[in-house]
Design a protein around this ligand. Structure first.
Ligand code: UD1
Length: 342
C-alpha cells in the first residue's frame, strides 16, 4: 500500500503513528535527525509490529538532502510532518533556533514536492487558540497572538500551508490541532522520552512517582475553575496517532472541503491538574507527592476542544480515557527504569 514519509518518526507522537500506519497497511518511511529522539526506538517498533521501518537520518533544513530523498522515493504519496522543535520555554530563550528549524524544514519539504501530488498532514497545536473566548473551542475560533515563538511557528506554519494549498493544486493538506498528548503504547515499548527535567505534566508525574524527581508542583490553584487548577484536554497518544491515519485516508479519498483544512484532535473533555493527579493515583495505586505553587507564566486557564468536526468529517474519535492514559504512562516509566533506551 501507499508509502508515507513520517518526519520525526522516532519521536513521541511520530513513533506511535508509525505503529498505527503499519497496522493500517501503510508503509511508513522515517526521516529523523535524532536531535530529540533515539535510534533505539526503531528496534522497539520492530518488537511491536514485526517490521523495522525504513529510516533516514538527516536534517530537513538541508534542502539538498531533502531534494535527493524525494527524488529517490518517487512512490511516496503522503507526508506526516512531525519534525519540529517544541519546547515552549526554550523557544522564548532561542527564538531564531525555533524559526530557523521549524520553517526551513517545512519549506524545504513543500518545495521538494512542487508539482507532485502529495497528501500532507501537519502537526499543529491548540496553542493557536490561546485562551479561547468560548469553550469548547471550535476550529473557527479566532487565532490569538501567540504566547511564545514556538506557538508562533505553529500559527505561521498553518498560514504557509493554507496559502500554499490555495496557490497550487498538487498539495492536499490537513493541519491537526493537538490538545495535550499523554500516555504510551499498551506494549510499554514506546512512549515519551523527555530530555532533562520534563516540562509537561504527565512525564513529570511519572518521573516523580518512580523517584527520579521530587514532588510535583501544581502551577496555580487560584484559577477560575471548579478546583482552582488549570484545565486541559488530555488525549491518549495512540488515539492521536490514529487521527493521522484518518487524515491520510481523508486526503486520499479527496477532502470535499478543499485543499486545506484544520481539525481539533482532543477528547472534547477537560481535566484539571488536580484531577489528573487523582486519576494517576486511582488508576495505578501509586501515591504522589505534590505541592501547590504559583501559576506558570504563559499558561492559559482552561482549554478543551469541540471535536464534532473531527468525528463527522474525519471519521475519527478518541476512545481511551484518562485512566488508560495514566496507566499506560506509568507502565512505560516502569519499563524505562529497567530498559533505558540507548
Ligand atoms: C504545553 C505548551 C503547548 C504545547 C504542549 C505540547 C505551554 C504554555 N504550552 O501545553 O503549547 O503544544 O505543551 O505538549 O507550555 N503543570 C503543572 N505542573 C507541572 C507541569 C505542568 O501544574 O510540573 C500544569 C500546567 O500549568 C498546565 C497543565 O499542567 O495547566 C498541562 O501542562 P503541560 O503538560 O506543560 O501542557 P500545556 O502547558 O497545556
Amino acid at each position: 500500500m501507499s508509502k508515507i514519509l513520517v518526519t520525526g518518526g522516532t519521536g513521541y507522537i511520530g513513533s506511535h503513528t508509525v505503529v498505527e500506519l503499519l497496522r493500517a497497511g501503510y508503509t511508513p518511511v522515517i526521516v529523523d535527525n535524532l536531535v530529540n529522539s533515539n535510534a533505539g526506538v526503531l528496534d522497539q517498533l520492530k518488537k511491536i509490529t514485526g517490521i523495522k521501518p525504513e529510516f533516514h537520518n538527516f536534517d530537513l533544513c538541508d534542502d539538498e538532502k531533502v531534494n535527493q530523498f524525494v527524488a529517490e522515493h518517487p512512490d511516496i504519496t503522503g507526508i506526516i510532518h512531525f519534525a519540529a522543535y517544541k519546547a515552549v520555554g526554550e523557544s522564548v530563550q532561542q527564538p531564531l533556533k525555533y524559526y530557523h528549524n521549524n520553517f526551513f524544514s517545512l519549506i524545504n519539504l513543500l518545495n521538494a514536492y512542487a508539482g507532485k501530488p502529495v497528501n500532507f498532514v501537519f502537526s499543529s497545536s491548540c496553542t493557536v487558540y490561546g485562551q479561547p473566548d468560548q469553550l469548547p473551542v471550535t476550529e473557527t475560533a479566532p487565532v490569538k497572538k501567540a504566547e511564545s515563538p514556538y506557538g508562533n511557528t505553529k500559527q505561521i506554519a498553518e498560514e504557509i500551508l493554507a496559502e500554499t494549498a490555495a496557490a497550487f493544486d498538487n498539495y492536499h493538506i490537513v493541519s491537526l490541532r493537538y490538545f495535550n498528548p499523554v500516555g504510551a503504547h499498551e506494549s510499554a515499548l514506546i512512549g515519551e522520552l523527555p530530555l532533562g527535567v520534563p516540562q509537561n505534566l504527565v512525564p513529570f508525574i511519572t518521573q516523580s512517582a518512580i523517584g527520579k524527581r521530587g514532588p510535583i508542583t501544581v502551577f496555580g490553584d487560584d484559577y477560575n475553575t471548579p478546583d482552582g487548577s488549570a484545565i486541559r484536554d488530555y488525549i491518549h497518544v495512540v488515539d492521536l496517532a490514529k487521527a493521522h491515519v484518518a487524515a491520510i485516508r481523508l486526503l486520499e479519498k479527496g477532502n470535499p472541503k478543499g485543499n486545506y483544512d484544520v481539525f481539533n484532535i482532543g477528547t472534547g473533555k477537560g481535566n484539571s491538574v488536580l484531577e489528573v493527579i487523582k486519576a494517576f493515583e486511582a488508576s495505578t495505586g501509586v501515591k504522589l507527592n505534590y505541592q501547590i505553587g504559583p501559576r506558570r507564566a504563559g499558561d492559559v486557564e482552561q482549554v478543551w476542544g469541540d471535536v464534532s468536526k473531527s468525528s463527522q468529517e474525519l471519521g475519527w474519535k478518541a476512545e481511551l480515557g484518562i485512566d488508560e492514559m495514566m496507566r499506560s504512562a506509568w507502565k512505560w516509566e516502569q519499563y524505562l527504569k529497567d530498559h533505558p533506551l540507548a
